[in-house]
Design a protein around this ligand. Structure first.
Ligand SMILES: *Cc1c(COP(=O)(O)O)cnc(C)c1O
Length: 494
């Protein structure tokens, strides 16, 4: 299986503001219906939009799309992000008029169909996670974590307890400690052991009557199943703390194991990872939160309920112990509908097959890549749906490591894996193939990396300056983060 270099389209595309000309435009198709009258006070003035004809706008964005890399352009093994295939049929469902044009405060009698679908999605997610109730409100994974931490606080306060600490393993995703801290908790970090799992001795030493909760990702960010999960749960429950399951890695166990059955009290789902809603470029996402029986009264409002007597679905805002409203809308409806369509399309058996294929792909790729000279697997196999390679041996030998390999992969038409994360692995390359890829594509990826580790030895200067075939070459990353240009005005060109 040969890996081929891939030259990306490269246009010298100006900003759309530079393309615009005063008074430019072209024929526009008339609106199908008379637009509604907008009251004088609501009219905006001087929007200062660029003036172009419709085809100019379409061409501008098509050229930009050709210069971009997306899930539909090629293999996208961005670890931790589960960039799986997004079936267009799910998009079709979500783009229905009845879903797109709703108002969040519309009377429930007028949206019975949509509420029934939300109710169904809650039941399905509860079944997949092994939990009692699920809130569909949170807008992303990090938001789901934050909402969960607010619920942890409400739970302890309802029992007259003030607990101040949240325990997080050192391999955790950065959003975990951030969410705990934003909810007002002190973060206590526990180290990983030599097998890449939670160090149980350190955990026992860390828990106390101050422990409010532990946040745990399983499979963890090294792609490893926490095989002493029941003991971990027992230690934290033993001191009265709650267990929060970061479910962003659910793709590794979906249909095979359930957080609720492992003893977790709260779990979040990333619909935009596991359930195939497109993501990247900042969203939109959805991070529903599930809870075991006994915690449901703390869920954010609104919940979706069914009134048997009136045979009516409705949004319930009247929940006295709820942590309250955490965003304006009752949920990212199109994202929820994409996930529902995906779950119903695959069915229980299909979801299980998806996670099995994701795990098989990851183990196949991990085994083959770890045989390349200069790369090593720190924690061995089997893994679940993803794995972390270290390019430290290559760095020691040639001075080139994870960064250069990632840039070089772009020349072969691959999105780079996640690099330098988790930070406990030096020169980390975190690879998640997902179930979407055929074996031939995985083989091409191996051959591309084989070529690149070879190039690190034979033509180090060439690799150091990669990418050479992408629409944008090596960028000044430090400059971009220290002096970001966030608007066209900052370019001083207007
Ligand atoms: C992606 C991810 C998150 C955060 O989810 P967002 O939707 O990006 O906010 C949290 N934990 C893990 C392990 C993740 O992979």
């Amino acid at each position: 299986m040969r890996a081929m270099r891939y030259r990306q389209a490269s246009w010298e595309e100006p900003l759309i503001f530079e393309l615009g000309r005063e008074g430019a435009g072209g024929p526009c198709l008339p609106e199908a219906a008379e637009p509604p009258e907008i009251p004088e006070v609501l009219r905006r003035r001087e929007l200062n939009l660029p003036q172009l004809s419709e085809p100019e706008v379409v061409r501008h964005f098509t050229r930009l799309a050709e210069m971009s890399f997306g899930r539909d352009s090629g293999f996208y093994p961005l670890g931790s992000c589960t960039m799986k295939y997004n079936p267009p049929v799910c998009e079709e469902v979500a783009n229905k008029e009845e879903i797109l044009n709703l108002h969040p405060d519309q009377p429930c009698e007028t949206v019975q169909g949509v509420l029934e679908l939300m109710y169904l999605l809650e039941r399905l997610l509860a079944e997949i996670g092994g939990v009692y109730r699920v809130s569909l409100v949170p807008a992303a994974g990090a938001h789901g974590e934050f909402v969960s931490m607010l619920m942890v606080r409400a739970y302890h306060e309802s029992r007259g307890e003030r607990r101040t600490q949240v325990i997080v393993p050192d391999s955790a995703h950065g959003t975990n400690p951030a969410s705990a801290a934003m909810a007002g908790f002190e973060v206590v970090t526990v180290p990983s052991d030599v097998r890449g799992r939670v160090d149980l001795g350190a955990l026992r030493a860390a828990v106390s009557e101050r422990t409010a909760a532990m946040m745990l990702t399983n499979p963890n960010t090294l792609g490893l199943f926490e095989d002493r999960i029941l003991e971990i749960v027992e230690v934290v429950h033993g001191v009265g703390g709650l267990m929060f399951y970061d479910g962003a890695n659910l793709n590794g166990i979906m249909g095979r194991a359930r957080p609720g059955d492992m003893g977790f009290d709260l779990v979040h789902f990333n619909l935009h990872k596991t359930f195939s809603a497109p993501h990247g470029g900042g969203g939109p996402g959805a991070g529903p939160v599930g809870v075991r029986k006994g915690l449901e009264e703390f869920l954010p409002v609104p919940t979706v309920e069914y009134d048997e007597g009136r045979r009516l679905y409705y949004l319930d805002y009247n929940r006295p112990k709820s942590i309250g409203r955490v965003r304006q809308s009752p949920g990212s409806l199109p994202v929820l509908m994409k996930a529902l369509a995906y779950i119903l399309l695959l069915g229980g058996e299909g979801l299980r097959e998806a996670s099995e294929a994701a795990v098989l792909n990851a183990n196949y790729l991990a085994r083959r890549l770890s045989e390349l000279p200069g790369l090593e697997l720190r924690y061995g196999l089997p893994c679940k749906h993803e794995f972390v390679l270290s390019a430290e041996p290559l760095r020691r030998e040639t001075g080139l490591g994870a960064r250069e390999l990632a840039k070089g992969l772009m020349d072969f038409g691959f999105h780079p894996p996640t690099v330098y994360f988790p930070p406990i692995v030096p020169e980390a390359l975190m690879v998640e193939p997902t179930e979407s890829e055929p074996r031939e594509e995985l083989d091409r990826f191996v051959e591309a990396l084989r070529a690149l580790v070879g190039e690190a030895r034979t033509h180090p200067d060439r690799l150091r300056s990669a990418p050479h075939c992408a629409s944008v070459g090596r960028v000044d990353e430090v400059g971009a983060s220290k002096n970001p240009v966030l608007s066209w005005r900052m370019l001083g060109r207007c």
